[in-house]
Design a protein around this ligand. Structure first.
Ligand SMILES: Cc1ncc(COP(=O)(O)O)c(C=O)c1O
Length: 388
């Protein structure tokens, strides 16, 4: 099926064939921990749900096809996916990683993995020369998020993957902020794509999940082995919800991005806002790269649903948060409902204050995750919350 059908068709049909036995258009959800065996060691393809489940398998087929790849390996959370990924490496291996990664990834690498002998260099991944300068003889991967959370800094995936090829190392891209609909890192040369499926892929703020995607069979087999050995698998029920969600992924992400674009343009004219960070704005230093790299399946630029705004003071921030009604103060992003957060004290609380200051991640930065509500209602709500 690879490459032949268009994204939205794959979203509906990959992994979603009608049930052969009953004809049910929506195949049954297999809520089972174990499977009846025909005789010792002989089964119908499944023996125990940690090692494989029909619903999980259908979801993995679906998500692999959305990234135009052969293999997807699912996990119980985005962080479980990243943890599993690092289990491919050995003590002493070195990874060049973005300095503005999600706070949880920063915490995992600095507070857990470093203790196990993994080495990291945190660099500004907007600058490919800076990535190149950090590569050492023991470097195994470059790990980037693009756009980053929450500063929306971009990494040039094509240039970085060319660099990785040159050094015979792998490029891992956390594609959470664009979803498989808005950016295709594997097509640009990345070796592994990661998603917190909790975000756009789930899309309804009702589950936690993560996934790794690759076209490399050897790598995929190792990851399936880690998946069943480590055991951080998603529940079949979550996979069923995810399969239901990916059917509308394209519609949701497009609408959320369209809404965000309108809001970002309007907010950038507001007096109480010091700056608006959004890759779709001409004022964004990497706007041209966003236009080139972030493409929906129709080949049109798409900028995502996340807008970061810096207000003029912490007092203004607190007043704004008190008055806002339609954006719920909560961690997470990418769902159909608009959310708002203060990364400095919420998602990025584990990042040292000095590091946050160096990056420009201030207490006055508010991250908006724009949903699919009516955009005029969202704008009116933002305006009334910004009033003194
Ligand atoms: C960019 C990014 N990567 C990874 C994660 C971790 O995913 P999860 O919360 O599903 O474990 C998050 C969570 O916010 C994220 O924003």
């Amino acid at each position: 099926m690879k490459n032949k059908l268009k994204f939205r068709t794959r979203a509906i049909h990959s992994g979603n064939k009608a049930d052969v036995e009953t004809g049910a258009v929506i195949p049954a959800l297999n809520l089972t921990s174990t499977f009846k065996q025909i005789s010792v060691g002989v089964n119908n393809g499944f023996d125990y749900s940690r090692a494989g489940n029909p619903t999980t398998k259908r979801y993995e087929e679906n998500i692999a096809s959305l990234e135009n790849c052969d293999f997807a390996i699912s996990f119980s959370s985005g962080m479980a996916a990243i943890t599993a990924l690092f289990q491919l490496l050995n003590e002493g291996d070195h990874v060049v990683i973005g300095r503005n990664t999600y706070g949880g990834t920063y915490r995992l690498t600095t507070e857990v993995l470093q203790r196990h002998g993994f080495k990291f260099d945190f660099v500004d991944t907007r600058n490919v020369d800076e990535i190149a300068a950090a590569i050492k003889p023991n470097t195994k991967w470059v790990f980037v998020e693009t756009p980053t959370n929450p500063l929306l800094e971009l990494c040039d995936i094509k240039k970085t993957s060319d660099l990785c090829r040159l050094h015979n190392i792998s490029l891992v891209v956390d594609n959470t902020f664009m979803s498989p609909y808005g950016q295709s890192p594997i097509q640009l040369g990345a070796d592994i794509v990661m998603h917190s499926a909790t975000k756009y892929i789930g899309g309804h703020s009702d589950l936690i999940s993560g996934v790794l995607i690759t076209d490399n069979k050897v790598l995929a087999e190792k990851l399936y082995f880690i998946q069943k050995s480590g055991g951080a698998v998603p529940s079949p029920f979550d996979c069923w919800l995810l399969l239901r969600s990916t059917k509308t992924l394209g519609l949701r992400v497009q609408k959320q991005s369209d809404n965000a674009f309108i809001l970002a343009e309007k907010l950038s004219l507001h007096d109480s806002i010091e700056s608006v960070i959004y890759p779709g704005l001409k004022s964004h230093k990497q706007n041209k790269l966003a236009i080139k790299q972030q493409l929906n399946p129709e080949g049109k630029p798409i900028f995502g649903s996340i807008i970061s705004i810096k207000v003029i003071s912490v007092e203004k921030r607190d007043l704004f948060l008190k008055k806002i009604k339609l954006f719920t103060l909560a961690e997470s992003l990418g769902g159909v409902e608009s959310l708002i957060s203060v990364p400095y004290d919420m998602t990025h609380v584990s990042v040292p204050i000095k590091t946050k200051e160096q990056m420009g991640l201030t207490k006055t930065l508010i991250r908006l995750s724009v949903g699919i509500e009516n955009v005029d209602d969202l704008y009116s709500d933002l305006l009334q919350a910004l009033e003194d």
